[in-house]
Ligand binder design. Structure first.
Ligand code: ECB
Length: 138
């Protein structure tokens, strides 16, 4: 079993988020707000189902899926696109491929040095975020 992604996490670094949002077509005014946010993640596992909540003072986004099972994703409040998404394990990395209008889109999560790492990628841009654990118990 790969290192557990479950728990509460708070962002400590965020590199190239603006360029990732630009390729998604996010407006300058929205990007200005978004780049200032301190994002948090809550990752829960219920059986073979994952629930990933991304929260902030501005907007929240939740995705629920089963590993290996394609699902319809609507990125409500983000770029508002409809995607066919598929999450799989590759070694200790949880990888999501998001098929839709934008090419080579998805994300990868893994644990390294007790930190939650996330790469958000789209059309050649990669945003790299690192989160520290803020769970009460882990
Ligand atoms: C939910 C807080 C983000 C609010 C930003 C608002 C507007 C910007 C619009 C689009 C930017 C694209 C992505 C925002 C970044 C984070 C949101 C979730 C990214 C994501 O797909 O996370 C995955 C992996 O943890 C689970 O959904």
């Amino acid at each position: 079993m790969p290192a557990s992604l479950s728990g509460k996490w708070e962002m400590i670094s965020n590199v190239n988020f603006d360029d990732y949002m630009i390729v998604l077509g996010i407006s300058a005014s929205l990007r200005k707000i978004a780049t200032k946010l301190n994002l948090k993640k809550t990752i829960e596992r219920q059986g073979d189902q994952f629930i990933i909540k991304t929260t902030s003072t501005f907007r929240n986004y939740t995705v629920t899926f089963k590993v290996g099972q394609e699902f319809n994703e609507f990125t409500k409040g983000l770029d508002n696109r409809h995607l066919k998404s598929l999450v799989r394990w590759e070694g200790n990395k949880l990888i999501c491929e998001q098929t839709g209008e934008k090419k080579n889109r998805g994300w990868t999560h893994w644990i390294e040095d007790d930190k939650l790492h996330l790469e958000l990628f789209c059309e050649g841009q990669v945003c790299k975020q690192v989160y520290k654990n803020v769970s009460k118990t882990r």
